[in-house]
Design a binder for this molecule. Structure first.
Ligand SMILES: Cc1cc2nc3c(=O)[nH]c(=O)nc-3n(C[C@H](O)[C@H](O)[C@H](O)COP(=O)(O)OP(=O)(O)OC[C@H]3O[C@@H](n4cnc5c(N)ncnc54)[C@H](O)[C@@H]3O)c2cc1C
Length: 402
């Protein structure tokens, strides 16, 4: 192979999977994994699930047990705790701290940073939830019996609310829109998820914004746009994330809500590929340009980017039917495809927390949500991929729910 040094910037799911893929492709040169975080790569979905579970120990969900020595054994040098600060693709150099790191091949896997509304001060007790350190701080507050307010009715917020209710603690979710989860699952199904909050004893305040938080040395109160004030010892901000591209300013790489790539995940700069939450590309499987923030697409795309970065052979193309999962008060939620149907049909019993929603556009299946049962996602992904008709998808969901 021509490449001798692969540098991967971003030490999480996409970064780790890109390294694995490069080794699988036969790359035996030097690998350097640069990460802003002080921890070796670990998994994020458990941060709001197992790590907040009062019945489990708060273990860090590492990808490769054994820490830095295990990486050394694989021939991977970890540069932890220091973010990359710049990229010069002509000179093939990444700036890390005040040093330059040369590469033959580069994978950009810097993921996304959580949004932080300017109105919220950096007071103790106010947390975003993206890293293991964030999760441990939130868990400590919940274990201490915090009254919790969650800003944002998305899945991360819902999982924090679940963790609070598991402990019998009071929790309020504040959502600016009229219905939670509209972007992820659409309005009709978002309303069903709102009912799940109510059944679990979570107070849901929709159509209201958090406009401030205050307290004496730590958060004590949260102010809402309707003039109300909520008492709080813990305020968790879950209002989405933005691609971590700040360090690429001035690099000349195409940046537009993410690093824009072609279908092989090449950025257009020699030897430079991207993967994971930071990457935007034309996804032929759904016929549009997109950036996903799902575990599966990050893992699958990184396998392609890592291979393509080091191979001297033909490049692989990446396409995927989007898939994510979450947990809602103990019920597994899975979503396959996109929530863009002109017809949404609900099967099963939402009041019992066991149902499916099928999204059809012009009679073709484009999305499937399941709650409270666990059909193999691959089955519905295959249906969406081959644009199954209504009869076939309804029959499969009805059989699964029977
Ligand atoms: C709390 C939580 C729960 C989730 N649960 C689910 C779930 O249940 N199901 C699901 O499908 N998806 C879930 N996701 C989404 C999923 O975890 C992400 O899609 C996945 O982590 C993306 O991986 P990534 O490697 O692209 O980015 P990230 O995981 O964001 O990792 C990027 C890494 O790059 C580092 N970095 C950033 N900038 C720099 C820089 N300049 N230099 C060096 N390093 C840098 C970051 O510190 C980070 O370590 C969840 C996400 C979160 C935060």
């Amino acid at each position: 192979m021509t490449a001798r040094r692969l540098v991967v910037v971003g030490g999480s799911l996409a970064g780790f999977r890109a390294v694995e893929a490069a080794r699988r492709a036969g790359f035996d040169g030097e690998v350097v994994l640069v990460s802003a975080e002080p921890h070796p790569p670990y998994d994020r979905p458990p941060l709001t699930k197992e790590l907040l579970d009062p019945d489990r120990p708060p273990d860090i969900p590492a990808y490769l047990p054994g820490g830095a020595p295990a990486y050394r054994k694989l021939g991977v040098g970890l540069r932890l705790g220091e973010p990359a600060r710049g990229l010069d693709p002509d000179a093939r150099r990444v700036r890390v701290g005040d040093r330059e790191l040369g590469y033959d091949a580069l994978v950009i896997a810097t993921g996304a940073h959580p949004r932080r509304p300017a109105a919220l001060p950096r007071l103790p007790g106010v947390h975003v939830l993206r890293t293991v350190d964030d999760a441990l701080a939130v868990r400590a507050a919940l274990d201490a019996g915090a009254r919790t307010v969650v800003v944002g009715g998305g899945f991360v917020g819902a999982e924090v609310a679940s963790a609070a209710r598991r402990r019998g603690l009071p929790v309020t979710v504040v959502e600016a829109r009229a219905t939670p989860l509209v972007r992820a699952v659409g309005e009709r199904v978002g309303a069903l998820c709102a009912a799940a909050h109510a059944r679990a004893g979570t107070e849901l305040r929709c159509g209201v914004e958090v406009v401030g938080a205050e307290g004496d040395g730590r958060v004590e109160r949260v102010r809402l746009s309707d003039g109300d004030t909520l008492p709080a010892d813990l305020l968790v901000v879950g209002v989405g994330a933005e691609p971590a591209t700040g360090w690429l300013a001035g690099s000349g790489l195409p940046l537009r809500d993410g690093v824009v790539c072609d279908t092989t995940l090449s950025t257009g700069a020699d030897g430079v590929f991207a993967a994971g939450d930071v990457m935007r590309w034309y996804n032929a499987a759904v016929g549009g340009e997109t950036r996903l923030e799902h575990w599966s697409s990050a893992a699958e795309g990184a396998a392609v980017a890592g291979h393509n970065a080091v191979t001297d052979g033909p490049l692989r193309a990446f396409e995927t039917i989007p898939y994510f999962w979450s947990d809602l008060y103990g019920a597994r939620v899975q979503f396959v495809g996109v929530p863009d149907g002109d017809r949404v049909e609900v099967l099963g019993d939402p009041d019992q927390g066991r149902f499916a929603a099928l999204y059809h556009l012009d009679g073709v299946l484009v999305g499937v949500l399941t709650v409270g049962w666990r059909p193999p996602a691959a089955r519905f992904r295959a249906l969406v991929r081959r644009r199954a008709g209504r009869g076939e998808s309804l029959a499969l969901a009805a059989r699964g729910l029977a």
